[in-house]
Design a protein around this ligand. Structure first.
Ligand code: EZ4
Ligand code: CO
Length: 402
């Protein structure tokens, strides 16, 4: 089965998405997500200018060989732009192979290891009271796991908090907005949030929290310690992981479960974290970590050390990524949880999909392939709009982590 064409489709139904569609001489087509938040057009060029011309005429069934060809063959290995482009090709090829087999993708991976995929939603509020009410809304919708983020007194804007609740979109400014950050204020406030939530909702609902790479390792250790009694499902991105060894300090001081890795693009970003058991969950994704082929490799490696997969699933990961991720999740023996931030109605109409939510779980559906399509006519009605995540500065103006 030869690849005859590959198109890069850019659309902005409320936010930007990049999708690669591969066509074959059998008439089968497959799609892969290629969205890299705030750097979308870099991946578009990488694919259009450098990858697509090399794909034409290749055997679409040779997924592994094409992966190696794009990874080793470009000489410049790894990096978010490269690995997102590789992921798009890989995901589209798995979609095609599963359609050729007339099977849902999870069957090709080894079949289901579970009946459904546990997901967590996002509850955000300007203050503890509002966040606490939001958690209640998620409990009512059936969620078994909820991430809680709250505004911090003294800081005008906080990550994860906005007036749009169900569909909040962190990327907005045509140039990045500038926020002010202060870690000591944050460290004092967060334990009060979880104290309130546990008093109101008890310990049966899973609670999660994202520190979004702001604390230093020492601050991260202190945060983990101060949250221990609230028994979080996980504490996410508690410090940047560029230096994987930094997590040793955090780990030595707290039993709060740790998750990190939404920005990882390769197994080399987490090999020490995994091998030294410095984390409990790795947050790498299909779209940013080289597709199903490479994420499966990371997850298999993690299973040797009892580290589980808890993939990133914010709105900038398109329904195509979500569909593919759910097939991996339902198969993967060491699956932990899947993040699920709902896409808007507009986005869901551009990307019709077989996956569905019920009672706090997602199911990938049983359509052949990964079960997600793109309505190209509708997609063409939403042209690309520049949009960036905000940045953070400390109160004295020092550039910090967002
Ligand atoms: O900042 O998706 O856990 N989710 C997150 C997200 C990320 C964005 C980055 O593109 O931290 O909100
Ligand atoms: Co995060």
């Amino acid at each position: 089965m030869k690849i005859t064409n590959a198109k890069v489709i850019v659309t902005c139904p409320g936010r930007n998405f990049v999708t690669l569609k591969i066509e074959t001489d059998d008439g089968l087509t497959g799609i892969g997500d290629a969205t890299l938040n705030g750097r979308e057009l870099a991946v578009v060029s990488y694919l259009r200018d450098h990858v697509v011309p090399c794909l034409i005429g290749r055997d679409a069934h040779r997924i592994e060989d094409i992966w190696q060809y794009l990874y080793r063959g470009c000489y410049w290995r790894r990096g978010p732009v490269t690995m997102t482009a590789v992921a798009a090709v890989d995901t589209a090829l798995w979609d095609i192979k599963a359609k050729a087999a007339s099977m849902p993708l999870y069957q090709l991976l080894g079949g289901r290891s579970r009946d459904r995929v546990l997901v967590y939603g996002h509850a955000n509020g300007r203050d503890i009271e509002e966040t606490s009410d939001e958690v209640g809304r998620y409990v009512e919708m059936g969620y078994k796991a909820i991430r809680a983020q709250t505004g911090i007194p003294g800081l005008s804007a906080t990550y994860g908090v906005s007036s749009d609740k169900m569909y909040y979109e962190p990327a907005n400014g045509t140039v990045p907005e500038e926020n002010v950050w202060d870690t000591p204020k944050y460290l004092r406030h967060v334990p009060q949030l979880f104290d309130t939530l546990r008093k109101r909702y008890g310990f049966d609902v899973h609670l999660l929290h994202d520190a979004h790479h702001r604390p230093t390792p020492q601050e991260a250790a202190s945060l983990g310690k101060s949250l221990e009694e609230y028994r979080l499902f996980w504490l996410e991105d508690v410090t940047p992981a560029e230096n994987q060894e930094a997590f040793r300090l955090v780990r030595q001081h707290t039993t709060t479960p740790l998750a990190v890795g939404e920005v990882f693009n390769s197994i080399w970003d987490c090999n020490q974290l995994i091998q030294n058991q410095l984390i409990d969950y790795v947050r790498a994704t299909v779209v940013h970590a080289g597709g199903i082929t490479h994420l499966r490799r990371i997850a298999d490696y993690a299973s040797l050390y009892q580290v589980r997969l808890g993939s990133h699933g914010a709105t900038d990961l398109s329904p195509v990524c979500m569909g593919a991720a759910l097939h991996l999740d339902i198969w993967l023996p060491n699956f932990g949880i899947q993040e699920y931030m709902r896409h808007t109605e507009e986005t869901d109409t551009v990307f019709p999909h077989a996956y569905s939510f019920s009672d706090g779980y997602l199911h990938p559906g049983d359509a052949p392939g990964h079960g997600v399509e793109i309505d190209e006519t509708l997609a063409a009605k939403y042209p690309y709009k520049p949009a960036y995540l905000p940045i953070n500065r400390l109160e004295d103006g020092t550039m910090w982590n967002w």
